[in-house]
Design a binder for this molecule. Structure first.
Ligand code: 13P
Ligand code: SF4
Length: 304
């Protein structure tokens, strides 16, 4: 490690202690940011962790909607997002206003919103879900024939295929996951015939159809730990490879596509984590009137 890196890490650690902060880090973050985490996980695991922490300050190393979810659950804590431009393009594909219009077209429908959405969109929804629990949440949804699922059409399509429930799908998608093509998987399967294939449900249906397992990023971490396979093709954002390789040195992880990069996830760096703690910016705070309605949808998800 270079001296300058060691000095930077030391500054971060000492300020973190002084502020009584916790670092919650998503599985897609840069390796150097994952390495300073108190906890690394998927969207569900991170929101569960945020809900339980005793820290005064949560430094969210992820994207806007994740920091917002932490703030929805912990309004008394300071939630910092080290780069205010770290958004999720998929979450931006729907607004509360457009969702209200859709609800008017289907007045009896219940709305399930993927956690990759703004607090305002969550406030318009009946229940939230993540990629880890979407199937279970939709299975449990009773008392309605109609379901509007927003904003990810591919996760929605996957959930439909697993539950047999037809849903009205919003045409959103993740620009990073749609880069993974079925021919990437078939080529790699020919090259590594013993490999298992795991992909994220944000991938296109032609891609999920070729997988041994369709999992959240947290699910992929567990799969990698437990499988006997020594070669695993990973169909998701390539930041996860850092953790997979670190935790499973004896196994080979092959990215389905090197193109599957989420540029906004990579905006968080050690430098802006330090800057964020020094200046206590950018604080993510949700207006109370929105927060309470959004919290109802998130709580309903976390109930189990
Ligand atoms: P996970 O909840 O599976 O970590 O996914 C979050 C995300 O943004 C996927 O693109
Ligand atoms: Fe959003 Fe896709 Fe990035 Fe996840 S990987 S944060 S869904 S743009």
């Amino acid at each position: 490690m270079a001296n300058s890196d060691a000095a930077l890490l030391e500054k971060i650690e000492s300020l973190k202690k002084r502020r009584n902060a916790i670092f919650l880090v998503h599985n897609y973050q840069l390796g150097e940011v994952q390495d300073i985490a108190d906890f690394t996980g998927d969207s569900l695991e991170l929101s569960q962790k945020a809900a339980k922490t005793n820290a005064d300050v949560i430094v969210f190393c992820g994207v806007q909607f994740m920091a917002e979810t932490a703030s929805i659950l912990c309004p008394d804590k300071i939630v910092l997002l080290p780069d205010m431009h770290a958004g999720c393009p998929m979450a931006d594909m729907i607004t509360a206003e457009r969702l209200r219009e859709k609800k008017k077209e289907h007045p009896r429908a219940k709305v399930v919103c993927y956690v990759n959405s703004s607090a305002e969109v969550k406030a318009e929804s009946d229940v939230c879900c993540t990629s880890a629990n979407a199937v279970r949440i939709v299975e449990k949804l009773t008392g309605t024939e109609e379901i509007i699922f927003v904003p990810d059409q591919y996760l929605g399509n996957y959930v439909s295929s697993q539950t047999g429930r037809e849903m009205i799908l919003w045409p959103g998608y993740c620009p990073s996951h749609v880069r993974i093509q079925p021919q990437d998987i078939t080529r790699l399967k020919a090259e590594y015939p013993q490999a298992k294939v795991v992909v994220h449900p944000e991938c296109r249906p032609e891609v999920t159809a070729l997988a041994n397992a369709v999992l959240s990023t947290g699910g992929m971490i567990r799969f990698a730990r437990e499988t006997d396979a020594e070669e695993i093709i990973i169909g998701t954002e390539i930041g996860i490879l850092h953790r997979l390789r670190k935790e499973n040195p004896g196994k080979k992880f092959i990215p389905a596509s090197e193109q599957a990069i989420c540029p906004t996830m990579k905006l968080i760096t050690l430098e802006n984590v330090l800057w964020s703690l020094e200046n206590m910016v950018h604080q993510v705070k949700i207006p109370e009137i929105i927060r309470l309605r959004a919290k109802a949808a998130v709580d309903k998800m976390l109930e189990g």
